[in-house]
Design a protein around this ligand. Structure first.
Ligand code: B16
Ligand code: MG
Length: 217
């Protein structure tokens, strides 16, 4: 394959926003009168806001809410999430990411963000790295959540790259599946067990700059 572009997931790849998503959902669960255990937080990764709410409600055995009530709860969670996000700065960029972005751009590859988060673009701004991405596709511009490949296909189209020549970097099962469904290659970040289907799995982002991806793909 001829690599044209790298498409980055946000949460868990560029920055660990999962901890703030989890805290905000836990707060909401507390307000609703139940505990949302940390182990369940894994299920929220890469999943859209409304799908995350369903997971949280299921965990608290809460049923029978109207669409309007659910929307209100999701808004409440997001408000609290944004108070955490407001304090983000470049110190929270995950290890190796800046170096890797600069390296692949210097080598002439295109870069894109492909995130489910509606705050994706804003978070890159907060981290001061939006200039390192040629294209930003986040939850504001897509309809279908991962594992649907829409977010990654939109990024490839905006870059003018062939999906088969794109490498997606993902930490969530839903995201690896989305890359596969889009006919793209995938580097998984995290555990091999969870990220079955990725072409290669790295334990953490700090290993990215040392990968010989041209030999791999
Ligand atoms: P928001 P990613 C995902 O980000 C998160 O992993 C997931 O936990 C979250 O629910 C989703 O974004 C939507 O976020 O509520 O900000 O729109 O991994 O796709 O970058
Ligand atoms: Mg992620």
């Amino acid at each position: 394959m001829m690599i044209q572009a790298f498409i980055f997931d946000l949460d868990g790849v560029v920055v660990d926003t999962a901890k703030y998503h989890y805290l905000a959902w836990k707060e909401l669960a507390g307000e609703l009168g139940f505990d949302f255990p940390e182990a369940e937080g894994e299920r929220l990764k890469g999943v859209s806001r409304m799908d995350s709410l369903e997971i949280v409600l299921e965990s608290g055995r809460i049923t029978g809410l109207t669409a309007e009530e659910k929307k209100r709860l999701a808004d409440r969670k997001n408000k609290s999430y944004l108070t955490y996000i407001n304090r983000l700065d470049e110190r929270e960029i995950l290890p190796g990411i800046l170096k890797f972005l600069k390296k692949i751009r210097a080598e002439g590859y295109k870069t894109a963000l492909g995130s489910a988060s509606k705050s994706g673009g804003m978070i890159l701004q907060k981290l001061g790295i939006e200039d390192l991405f040629d294209v930003i596709v986040d939850g504001l511009s897509i309809v279908k959540a991962k594992p649907d490949p829409e977010v990654f296909l939109a990024a490839a189209a905006k870059l003018g790259a062939d999906p088969g020549n794109c490498i997606v970097i993902e930490d969530a099962q839903a995201g690896v599946l989305a890359a596969q469904n889009g006919g793209m290659h995938c580097i998984g970040i995290g555990s091999e067990e969870i990220l079955k289907g990725a072409d290669v799995v790295l334990e953490h982002t700090g290993l990215l700059p040392n990968v010989n991806y041209r030999a791999l793909f």
